[in-house]
Design a protein around this ligand. Structure first.
Ligand code: SAT
Ligand code: MN
Length: 599
């Protein structure tokens, strides 16, 4: 390694954890960077990085009057989403990764990755990024260190996690014994889709990611650590790492219920987490508190309830569709100190995307003069990265080291037909089946065809770091004596009518559905029992001031026995894909309901 002068001040490595020092030295020997920089997360450090990225063109300044301290990053056009086909879980036994993951033997995967990493940081700086997932003083939080050669990744990690000195101090305090930190090695490589892999070694608490600078492929604290590696750790330690938003609903009596909800990427998690109550509800005193919009770690507390933290500190939200109408809180959050990725810009250099407003953009996400023949101006998976603290509805309880108690768990997908607006599972086992059977039409958050219906259990298809059959068993295992588990619900905001239009207005009006859930939790609302679960009684879900069509009033609350019979055949086949490892209790539950549907 060249002993070049550091761009920034690098302090002495005197007392640093030996395992961390050794790993950094080993990676530096392999990747041959010109410089090593240990990130402290300070404003000064960030300002220097931003200056450097501005100088090399990887960050472009946006209109400083309308969007102070905000930047546009244009990624390589072939590096715009997660790459599930290049993402692997490397366990010694293939069955432990399960049919839900791409698998490679650890030795082979290490050899493949190390060959890519060899010498890849020549001419570059190696950044050591210590981070903490969760409030820094939370017993539920976990730390990691990402090594990366991308300053863009460093800047994003600083927003998305508790990054820098405090995280490093916790890692050092915990030492080798205290639940070792996750090691994530990342290089943008050549940004070549043919030399791109995202590999996970759950047994070694290690991630190796090469060839992409984008979101979930590169910000290793997010999907790679907080879901794939953490789900694996959670299984052995008795907790859950889930692809869920966490939102607090405060009723006019001042009582707040926390709800965790799983939806696949780009299905409105951020909007639901930041929901603004409809006018009538606002006047009555309802309030909504955002804890997290993407990831939830939860574990049983001493009182038997599940307590949740948001391991992240920021939002990496989908820009297109975000507007004053759909998500005013998001819009208010991103008015300053935000990194935008792959959005378009207006004449006066403001960030712009489809669905924002009626203006015509000047340049598209690739920097070309906007021409509709080239497709949308903003990439459909363009994003904003912003600190959660900038969100007007950010809950003070989001920083609570003990987490928040969860009253209800919600599963939901994008289903144009069949699935009603809301139903409640009979009990925990049924709820686990409802989650396991989740289906959704694919979105632009991952490369591949959009709009294809696929099974996405608990919205974890791309993120579960082990065999789904074992994951279902882990979920079932929480139903123990003394447990006070949340009720489980399923929602579908995306049901369409015969004209192809959505039947439910969604957004703020989703609070009506959450209100019904809370009433159910408190035993205050009637429901109709059907084989698929409890549906709202005609007048227990508040539809006041909504101009729903007659078709909507019927279809949103309709249990279509015929259609569900076919759906349950599909669910049975899906569970069978996991063979003998599928928990018997889940198979029995599927059979029980299938028999009711046949009757
Ligand atoms: O790219 S990310 O995985 O971070 C966003 C998402 O797909 O949910
Ligand atoms: Mn997500």
């Amino acid at each position: 390694m060249n002993a070049a002068v550091d761009l920034f001040k690098t302090d002495s490595q005197g007392s640093r954890l030996e395992a961390l020092n050794a790993w950094v030295a080993e990676v530096a020997a392999l990747t041959q960077p010109d410089r090593i920089h240990w990130c402290d997360g300070s404003d000064t450090e960030n300002a220097a990085l931003v200056r450097q990225m501005q100088a090399d063109g990887s960050l472009l300044p946006l209109n400083a009057d309308t969007h102070p301290n905000s930047w546009l990053h244009r990624s390589s056009p072939s590096d715009v989403a997660r790459v599930e086909h290049l993402t692997f879980v490397c366990t010694p036994q293939q069955e432990d990764a399960g049919p839900n993951n791409h698998w490679m033997a650890p030795a082979e995967a290490h050899a493949k990755m190390d060959a890519l990493f060899a010498g890849c940081m020549r001419g570059r700086t190696l950044y050591v990024v210590p981070y903490c997932m969760g409030p820094i003083d939370s017993p539920l939080a976990r730390c990691g260190v990402e090594i990366t050669d991308s300053p863009y990744v460093v800047a994003n990690m600083r927003i998305m996690t508790r990054m820098g000195a405090a995280a490093l101090a916790r890692i050092e305090r915990e030492g080798e014994a205290g639940g070792a930190f996750v090691k994530g090695l990342h290089s943008i490589g050549e940004l070549d889709p043919d030399r791109r892999f995202i590999m996970h070694f759950p047994g070694e608490l290690t991630i190796k990611s090469y060839g992409s600078g984008y979101g979930g492929n590169a910000l290793l604290g997010k999907k790679c650590h907080a879901l794939r590696i953490a789900s694996h750790q959670a299984r052995s330690e008795g907790w859950l790492a889930e692809h869920m938003l966490i939102v607090g609903i405060e009723n006019p009596q001042g009582e707040t219920h926390y709800i965790a909800a799983a939806f696949p990427s780009a299905c409105g998690k951020t909007n639901l987490a930041m929901l603004i109550p409809p006018e009538g509800y606002r006047q009555a005193g309802w309030k909504v508190w955002t804890i997290g919009d993407d990831i939830c770690w939860m574990r049983p507390g001493a009182d038997g309830r599940l307590y949740a933290i948001n391991p992240e500190a920021g939002f990496f939200g989908v820009a297109p569709g975000t507007s004053q109408k759909s998500n005013p809180n998001a819009l208010a959050s991103i008015g300053r100190d935000t990194i935008f990725t792959n959005v378009a810009v207006t004449e006066d250099n403001q960030p712009w995307w489809e669905g924002l407003d009626k203006r015509t953009p000047k340049r598209d996400w690739q920097g070309r003069s906007f021409d509709p023949v080239n497709g949308p101006a903003a990439h459909p998976n363009s994003r904003f990265t912003v600190s959660a603290r900038q969100c007007p509805s950010y809950s003070p309880r989001a920083e609570d080291p003990q987490g928040v108690p969860i009253s209800a768990i919600v599963f939901g997908g994008r289903r144009a037909s069949l699935v009603p607006l809301v139903f409640e599972a009979r009990d925990w086992t049924h709820g686990v089946l409802v989650g396991a059977a989740m289906g959704s039409e694919t979105t632009a958050a991952a490369t591949g065809a959009v709009g294809v219906m696929r099974r996405d259990p608990m919205a974890m298809k791309p993120f579960c770091g082990y065999n789904f059959a074992d994951y279902f068993a882990h979920w079932l295992s929480f139903d123990q004596a003394g447990a006070k588990l949340p009720k489980i619900f399923h929602v579908n905001w995306f049901r369409k009518g015969d004209d192809g239009q959505f039947l439910w207005p969604g957004f703020g009006d989703n609070l009506r559905v959450l209100e019904w859930m809370i009433k159910r939790v408190k035993g205050q609302a009637e429901a109709v029992e059907t084989p698929i679960g409890y549906l709202p009684d005609a007048d227990t879900l508040n539809l006041q001031d909504l101009s729903l069509s007659d078709e909507a009033r019927v279809k949103l609350f309709w249990f279509d026995q015929e259609g569900w019979r076919a759906e349950f055949d599909g669910i049975g086949q899906f569970l069978a894909e996991f063979g003998a490892r599928t928990p018997q209790a889940l198979k029995d539950e599927q059979r029980r309901i299938a028999a009711l549907l046949a009757g």
